[in-house]
Design a protein around this ligand. Structure first.
Ligand code: BG6
Ligand code: MG
Length: 220
């Protein structure tokens, strides 16, 4: 995709706009300890972008415990994690927008780009509100309505629809491997936050490096 083709940006939230990926990880780490699955950096990375129940399944599987819990017990574990996460999230303020991202959102708004949110998190609207950035976006895809989560393209396809744009003119931003796969499969330009995201069309080491000029440079 050429830089000039881009008309809108679909954003993942946790780890791209909000400094909340570490809070998800902290809460899941406690769940892993509770079910006696080893918490490793690889597991933490693999959980990024993955829905709440699928994350729990992956944690149980990591310790070989996938058949040790009933459906009701699994729902209770996931609910307990979410309660812990929401407790951690209470402390988030507008200062917890990741470095450079508020300036990037302002730059996009001033330049007339459309924006939408493609987060697997059911808590996304609450976090946007807490960070006071809800109004930047045309809308937020409701992950409860998805048939399949990331890496399936559905969420990023819907995020283009929210902006009334074709996928070919949309760039998606992600900090997870599953998310980059979703963007690529949706036929959008993938922008990865993190050098480990080798499948991204464009990569930045850190959110503070993201700007329209930097994206243009990398696409040239
Ligand atoms: C994603 C996070 O954005 O949302 C995952 O990267 C999280 O870590 C997922 O599990 C679902 O979030 P929630 O808030 O609905 O449990
Ligand atoms: Mg993320």
């Amino acid at each position: 995709m050429k830089f000039e083709d881009i008309k809108g940006f679909a954003f993942d939230l946790d780890g791209v706009i909000a400094d909340s990926a570490r809070l998800h990880a902290k809460a899941w780490h406690q769940t892993a300890d509770e079910v006696h699955s080893e918490w490793t950096p690889e597991l933490a990375e693999a959980l990024k972008g993955v829905s709440r129940m699928d994350s729990l399944e992956m944690i149980l599987k990591a310790g070989g415990h996938e058949n040790d819990y009933t459906e009701d017990e699994k729902v209770a574990l996931a609910t307990e994690k979410n309660t812990k996460y929401l407790k951690l999230v209470e402390s988030l303020t507008p200062d917890d927008v990741l470095p450079g991202m508020k300036a990037f959102l302002d730059e996009l708004k001033a330049s007339g780009y459309k924006m939408s949110v493609a987060s697997a998190s059911k808590n996304a609207p609450a976090i946007l509100k807490q960070l006071k950035i809800t109004d930047y976006f045309e809308g937020v895809v409701d992950p409860a309505k998805l048939h399949a989560g990331k890496p399936d393209p559905e969420i990023f396809s819907l995020a283009a629809g929210v902006m009334d744009l074709a996928p070919e003119v949309v760039a998606g931003l992600e900090d997870s491997g599953a998310g980059i796969k979703s963007i690529n499969a949706a036929g959008e330009l993938s922008i990865g936050i993190g050098n480990q995201l080798t499948e991204a069309d464009v990569r930045f080491a850190d959110t503070s490096d993201v700007s329209l000029a930097a994206i243009k440079d990398k696409l040239a």
